[in-house]
Design a protein. Structure first.
Length: 331
């Protein structure tokens, strides 16, 4: 015989079913909701170089690009433009994948560090340099072959100019001496770094006459890490030493600046004596004849000496030179 449910039992069943449905809905929402606190991270390619250091690298190599463009224009006797395209960090294997094969590829020694850097010059501008140095107009050519020994020697001379400018650009940050360690036309044949090693890749756009191509510089991230905070701040502190002509010009202009010189006498008077002064009174200076007096230039003590008379005019005879703190120094 079926049991009839009371109204209280029916209400209890409806309430329990509503609670169960609400709990299931909450569990489903929690399961479907994305984890907002999760952050993607690639352990095979960690970001070892900070954004501030990347920004500083960009500024540093922009200055290098301007300097090397001037040097190459004079060497190749052709209008040369160099500009920074990008500064990014990759693994060394990814850097190799982005290069043309065959190409002009160089392993660079960077003492005092043991690590190696790499420089790649795209064939489109490498052959334009060769054509220019051999008497041509430097027109763009697309030859799908490696460089011969003679062509390689010609490119070597250009690379040395690039490395000299690169050394000058890095000098305010850290003392590096970029030099050629090895060269190849097949990048994979020259061992520079481990495949998973993190490197910083600086891409330059190079235009020589009508020819245009890329130049890629690969620097180990460990060097940037070693430079530390100096690398981020160095480009703010860079100052160029004035030339001899600029120093002469500065000295000649400063020599014409008028300076106020004052011989100081310390005299103490009471307020009553000061108020009682009238024209014709004589004030004792309280400076013995054997005691030197001070001569201040622009309010700063610079000399000590004595009063003197020259051609009926009162003057000051310098006996000692003083530094800013009033200490006597040798004249």
């Amino acid at each position: 015989m079926s049991k009839m449910l009371s109204q209280d039992e029916i209400d209890a069943l409806l309430a329990s079913s509503a609670v169960s449905a609400h709990g299931a809905r909450e569990r489903r929402v929690k399961k479907e909701a994305p984890l907002s606190s999760a952050t993607r991270y690639n352990f095979r390619r960690p970001d070892r170089v900070s954004k501030e250091q990347i920004h500083s690298l960009h500024f540093l190599h922009e200055r290098f690009a301007r300097n090397v463009a001037t040097s190459l224009s004079a060497y190749l006797r052709a209008m040369t433009e160099v500009s920074v395209v990008s500064v990014e960090q990759f693994s060394y294997s990814e850097f190799l994948t982005s290069l043309t094969d065959p190409t002009a590829f160089y392993a660079l020694a960077i003492p005092p560090f043991d690590e190696l850097a790499a420089l790649e010059i795209n064939p489109s501008i490498a052959f334009a340099m060769i054509d220019r140095m051999l008497g041509g107009v430097g027109q763009a050519t697309t030859l799908n072959r490696g460089l011969t020994d003679i062509e390689q020697n010609i490119v070597d001379a250009v690379v040395k100019i690039v490395l000299d400018s690169l050394t000058d650009a890095w000098r305010p940050v850290v003392e590096l001496a970029f030099g050629i360690r090895g060269r190849e036309t097949r990048p994979q044949m020259l061992q520079v770094a481990a495949p998973n090693e993190t490197v910083v890749m600086i891409v330059f756009d190079v235009k020589i006459g009508e020819a245009r191509g890329m130049m890629n510089l690969c620097i180990p991230a460990s060097i940037v890490e070693t430079a530390g905070a100096h690398f981020v701040q160095a480009w703010h502190r860079q100052r160029r030493a004035p030339t001899a002509t600029e120093q002469t010009w500065l000295w000649e202009n400063l020599s014409r600046v008028p300076m106020n010189t004052t011989a100081m006498f310390n005299v103490k008077l009471t307020a009553r004596e000061f108020l009682a002064l009238v024209p014709g009174d004589v004030v004792s200076l309280d400076v013995p004849i054997y005691k030197p007096i001070e001569l201040r230039v622009g309010g700063t003590l610079k000399f000590k000496g004595r009063l003197a008379v020259d051609s009926g005019r009162t003057g000051f005879r310098i006996e000692h030179r003083c530094d800013g703190a009033g200490v006597e120094v040798e004249a």
